[in-house]
Design a protein around this ligand. Structure first.
Ligand SMILES: [Zn+2]
Length: 193
């Protein structure tokens, strides 16, 4: 358990340092086996991912019951719904990383580039805007993911899932780099020679 929590803190720091989350935005979680079923360790609400301590990480069960002190991220229901629908997923990273979120606020889709696993579809999956923290967002995000590993939340941000939190982090980095590359390509194509 201590190891899992240390990993969450380490990855929170890394994604903050890389600029994938800023201020108090973004949340990440990992699932592991408890004595009485799965337990989700998630980052807290209203705290920056840049400076978390062991006691800040909140443990919840699959029904959303809080097992420790603290208040989990406002997106805890979205994390739980995704874990419920995807037994293969053990790590979730949700960011508002600037390039990918720029696309999320535009009418353009983000292309899936070479560099991270098989390309199943040309564009990253997306869902329409729902209020952050709402039950509708939890439901639509978990359904919208289907069997995808990336979901763009229109006018909001990005959700990446994987069999481990580390893999979900690497995917979130890849998504942001892909969006940046596509943005640069758009700019160059629209520039005069
Ligand atoms: Zn968000």
């Amino acid at each position: 358990m201590k190891k899992n929590i240390a990993e969450i803190i380490g990855i929170s720091n890394e994604i903050y340092d890389k600029g994938l989350v800023s201020g108090k935005s973004g949340n990440i979680s990992a699932r592991f086996k408890g004595e009485n079923g799965d337990i989700i360790a998630i980052t807290p609400t209203l705290k920056s991912l840049s400076n978390l301590h062991e006691e800040d990480i909140v443990l919840v069960d699959m029904n959303g019951n809080v097992l420790t002190r603290g208040v989990p991220s406002s997106e805890v229901n979205m994390h739980i719904e995704i874990y419920r629908k995807r037994p293969d997923v053990n790590g979730i990273v949700h960011t508002h990383s600037p390039y990918a979120t720029g696309f999320a606020h535009s009418t353009k889709k983000i292309r899936r580039l070479e560099g991270f696993g098989a390309i199943k579809s040309e564009y990253m999956a997306e869902i329409e805007y729902e209020k952050p923290g709402s039950d509708e967002l939890a439901k639509n995000a978990s359904e919208g993911l289907g069997n995808e590993d990336v979901l763009i939340l229109k006018k909001h941000g990005v959700v990446c899932v994987a069999d481990s939190l580390k893999e979900a982090e690497l995917l979130a980095i890849f998504v942001e780099e892909s969006a940046k590359t596509q943005f640069i390509t758009c700019m160059l194509n629209s520039a005069e020679d």
